[in-house]
Design a protein around this ligand. Structure first.
Ligand code: GLN
Length: 408
């Protein structure tokens, strides 16, 4: 017997092909029709072809040595047994203290902070905890590839609002039209991956009003909060919607240790209690050695973040200068470590996926924007990760330039 499959767009992969279901095997149709995530697919292609990897978003160099040493010590000294389900008290207190100092919040670490195995787990737990099957979830396109399958798997019905380049502004009229009596959750990401834009206070306030008016909860993915450039400052949704926001942060992004998968979920006790019930049966907890090392990392002064941003900003400027010198047009990149190339404006008459494939052949992996869209109609943009050494950025730019010249 072959399962009748609901058709879903195979978002998330460059070459997404539905897996074949064997006879007599009934499995969940959302995953059966989903490809492998584009980030994994691109990193694998880059490795196979020996291409420069400006695709998947991770820093080429690990974060500070003293944090790595703290993890090594914590591993050797132990204990390495299950920490409390909501996270080590010291880390939860450090997370609350960090945000209270940075944003002037009043987070109560005992009731309003949970440590998760990365931000992706936090997003999954939040959606599972807050959505009842049939509830509507407002999302914004471009959207990070994990959101849509997770919303659907939680039983949510996505209502997608499209943002537009080059400024990706949140406009009240179109957004208000996506809300109705069934709206339960709104998912935002600021700074926004892939567009590197940031929501401003007016936009957050407008969205907060809509959430209040429709009795909705905001799941706010703020993992890029500490990666902002040109003096831009991150504003958290918690500032606009304190009682209805679940804010998600990431130690991996803050300390350039993306593989550690240590995430922070913060929000009002009523949200956190429900959230923790989902978390307890997803991962239950997060490695205690890494939690202790992140506790240590959070003692870093503001200068640490300023220096990190200054270094990434230099990398962004180096890559952009190399590309623009050869006729590529890029969009403004204010947050996260990504910059977008506008293919049409750069004189390239190819779709984003076509050019991404072509660029791989010329030695550089990138991420086509289609991966961040639920259906057709993605703008012809490529996302490049600039959190790389100078030599890597130079080689990546050279390969992209070669790919462009090959079309002339
Ligand atoms: N967040 C990373 C990116 O945007 C990818 C993380 C992953 O591959 N799961 O590239």
């Amino acid at each position: 017997m072959v399962l009748p499959l609901r058709r879903t767009h195979p978002q998330g992969s460059l070459d997404a092909k539905p897996d074949r279901l064997g006879d007599n095997v009934a499995m969940n149709s959302i995953y059966a029709l989903l490809g492998t995530t584009v980030f994994e697919a691109m990193s694998r292609l880059a490795a196979e072809r020996g291409a420069v990897n400006l695709g998947q978003g991770f820093p080429e160099e690990d974060g500070p040595r003293d944090i790595l040493e703290a993890a090594a010590r914590a591993t050797l000294d132990g204990p390495n047994q299950y920490p409390p389900m909501r996270g080590l008290p010291d880390l939860r207190a450090a997370v609350a203290a960090h945000y209270n100092a940075h944003h002037g919040f009043d987070l109560d670490w005992q009731r309003e902070v949970t440590i998760t195995s990365g931000a992706t787990e936090a997003i999954a737990a939040a959606l599972l905890a807050f959505i009842e099957p049939g509830d509507e979830v407002v999302l914004f396109e471009p959207l990070y590839d994990a959101y849509l399958p997770m919303v659907r798997r939680a039983g949510g019905v996505p209502r997608i609002v499209r943002l537009h380049p080059p400024h990706w502004r949140f406009e009240r009229e179109t957004i208000a039209a996506a809300f109705n009596a069934k709206t339960r959750v709104v998912v935002i990401n600021t700074p926004l991956n892939p567009s590197a834009s940031m929501m401003n206070r007016d936009e957050l306030t407008m969205l907060a009003e809509l959430c209040r008016a429709h009795d909705a909860i905001c799941v706010s993915d703020e993992v890029w909060e500490h990666l902002t450039f040109d003096g831009a400052r991150h504003v958290s949704m918690l500032e606009a919607l304190r009682d209805r926001t679940l804010k998600i942060g990431s130690a991996g992004k803050m300390f350039s240790l993306t593989g550690w998968k240590v995430g922070f979920a913060c929000g009002a006790p009523v949200l956190m209690d429900q959230f923790a019930k989902a978390h307890q049966f997803l991962t239950f907890t997060t490695p205690p050695n890494l939690q202790r090392a992140v506790t240590y990392a959070l003692s870093k002064p503001a200068a640490y973040y300023n220096e990190m941003c200054a270094a990434f900003q230099r990398s962004r400027d180096r890559l952009v200068a190399a590309l623009e010198g050869e006729g590529f047009i890029t969009l403004p990149a204010r947050g996260a470590y990504f910059v977008s190339v506008d293919l049409a404006a750069s004189g390239i008459a190819m779709s984003d996926e076509e050019f991404a494939r072509h660029a791989i052949e010329h030695g550089v992996a990138t991420i086509p924007y289609s991966a961040f869209y639920a259906g057709p109609g993605a703008p012809a943009l490529l996302r490049l990760c600039f959190a790389k050494k100078d030599a890597t950025l130079d080689r990546g730019a050279e390969a992209l330039i070669k790919a462009k010249r090959a079309l002339a």
